[in-house]
Design a protein around this ligand. Structure first.
Ligand SMILES: Nc1nc2c(ncn2[C@@H]2O[C@H](COP(=O)(O)OP(=O)(O)OP(=O)(O)O)[C@@H](O)[C@H]2O)c(=O)[nH]1
Ligand SMILES: [Mg+2]
Length: 207
């Protein structure tokens, strides 16, 4: 970690902006980490847990809650967290879904300040076709990725650890996979590991 830079304080996160398209995203400078994953996986909840702010990112029992690219600033102004709409949400029209997908694809491909992707998976539904597609895309794009296995509280501790081991084994060929973290927003577990991963992306490359 660079000594000159202050530490990121995650509970300093504040809502910055919602952008429907790449063109409306904040200026593409600095460092950001985006949370991606299937609809309802727990992306917004994970951001709230990591930032100790239950009202920061909007969460919902109904899949498809997050419909825009949402930016949150941190105490270091050049560092941001980004909440992405979930993929694979079936209940909006195909047209709307394709529209979201297009904007997200543009964001993922073009965003220079994107330093890492937190791929959020419900531990009971991990490694779906969509998850594998994202992993393969990140590998091809040389974008570092980390997996948050959320809702770990839904499994017994032994089963959750087995799943963690299985995911690591299944994905050992992925060079750009930095870490796999067991996480629960309900139990607030895995938070330190998730923050340590974010620190690496937001700070080690920082000025
Ligand atoms: N038990 C449990 N429930 C969780 C956890 N994380 C999220 N949930 C619940 O899962 C549902 C979806 O959570 P969100 O955080 O809104 O999911 P999301 O991935 O942001 O969903 P979209 O924005 O629709 O893509 C909510 O009812 C949350 O309360 C967790 O760690 N444990
Ligand atoms: Mg969400």
């Amino acid at each position: 970690m660079n000594e000159k830079q202050p530490k990121v304080s995650y509970n300093s996160a504040r809502f910055m902006k919602s952008a429907p398209t790449l063109a409306q995203c904040p200026e593409d400078i600095g460092y950001e980490v985006a949370f991606a994953g299937r609809s309802n996986a727990g992306k917004s909840s994970a951001i709230n847990t990591i930032t100790i702010n239950s009202k920061l990112a909007r969460t919902s029992k109904t899949p498809g809650r997050t419909q825009l690219i949402n930016f949150f600033t941190l105490n270091i102004p050049s560092c941001r967290l980004v909440d992405l709409p979930g993929y694979g949400y079936a209940r909006v029209s195909k047209e709307v879904q394709q529209e979201w997908q297009k904007h997200m694809d543009e964001y993922l491909h073009a965003r220079k300040s994107l330093k890492g992707l937190m791929l959020v998976m419900d531990i009971r539904k991990a490694l779906s076709d969509f998850d594998m597609m994202m992993l393969e895309w990140a590998e091809a794009s040389q974008l570092p990725i980390s997996i948050l296995l959320t809702k770990a509280d839904k499994l017994r501790s032994g089963a959750a650890k087995n799943m963690l081991a299985k995911v690591k084994t299944d994905l050992k060929e992925f060079e750009y996979l930095s870490s796999v973290v067991l996480f629960s927003s309900l139990k607030k577990s895995g938070v330190d590991n998730a923050r340590a991963q974010l620190d690496k992306w937001l700070m080690e490359e920082g000025e």
